[in-house]
Design a protein around this ligand. Sequence first.
Ligand code: MRU
Length: 350
Amino acid sequence: MIRAFTYSDKKLTLLDQTRLPSLTAYVTATTVEEVCDAIRTMKVRGAPAIGVCAAYGLAIAAHAAPKTGYGAFMAAFGRAADRLASSRPTAVNLFWAIERMTAKAAKLKGRPPAEIVRALEAEARLIEEEDLSINRAIGENLLGLLGDGATVLTHCNAGILATSGYGTALAPVYLAKERGMNIRVYADETRPLLQGARLTAYELRQSGVDVTLICDGMAAAVMAKGIIDAVVVGCDRVAANGDTANKIGTFGLSVLAKHFGVPMYVAAPTPTIDLGCATGRDIPIEERDESEVTCGFGVRTAPEGVKVYNPAFDVTPWEHITSIVTETGIACPPYGERLKALTGRAREQR
Ligand code: MRU
């Protein structure tokens, strides 16, 4: 099975997602700066993968931090956490993982630094293991909604490459495959960085899944044919009221889904739910360099000097979402109380 990242011996090895599908190249990160760079430049991307890799980045930082005393150790650890927190703003999993690792270190105040390092490394591994089981549970819940033989439309990449394994939106597809069932996928190519074309189509084909690639602007025409049973997407941050930030273009898909009466499912691990954001207006939306739009992959496709707007995410209003599917259960609108209950249940199980 493809792996987006592996950690061993103070080293994070990443499948460089900027090179796929033409090249299978790996990069290694042995410092927190290298982990930050890999997240910023999207060698690793996808909300859950960013969170897990940030946790490993902090394990790496803990190894490198001075062991002369708790104060010096925590000062270095805190600087590493701040650096990671500035790498990408929208996926809340990044901040969730940093907080969890920081809380772990704080709980061990007074213990020898070497012991704290071991505990932090174990915590990062636990975060990765939990991510994998979260994804399987989301897959089960989504498979129950979709059923054998469904055809889904997805956007961006919420698959193996975005997580510790299985993906979130793509988890039911892989579970179906394992069980001899069949879910067909239409994948939006996902301008401007083409995660749908380069990553989703790649990983689904590697696994023998029936996938059809379309340009983003074709989604309406495909839905008009009546062949899409559900739109299934991942998310980078879900606000307390269910408003959901995901890859730019998801909002548009949700409008289409509503128009055509197609259910819109958001696959949401509870670490991606941010009850601290009341609504989608509180979610910080990353804007990326204009060259991604005018000169993607080294080919100039727009005139020099043209004005560009390049938000990496948009917010789908909760009213457009049929269900938010988490590892602890399925929420339907209105979302407030149910999201609180599902995240509470996840905390109890942890
Ligand atoms: O900019 P990216 O590629 O990190 O954006 C990824 C997405 O929008 C995914 O849908 C989201 O992170 C969920 S991944 C399970």
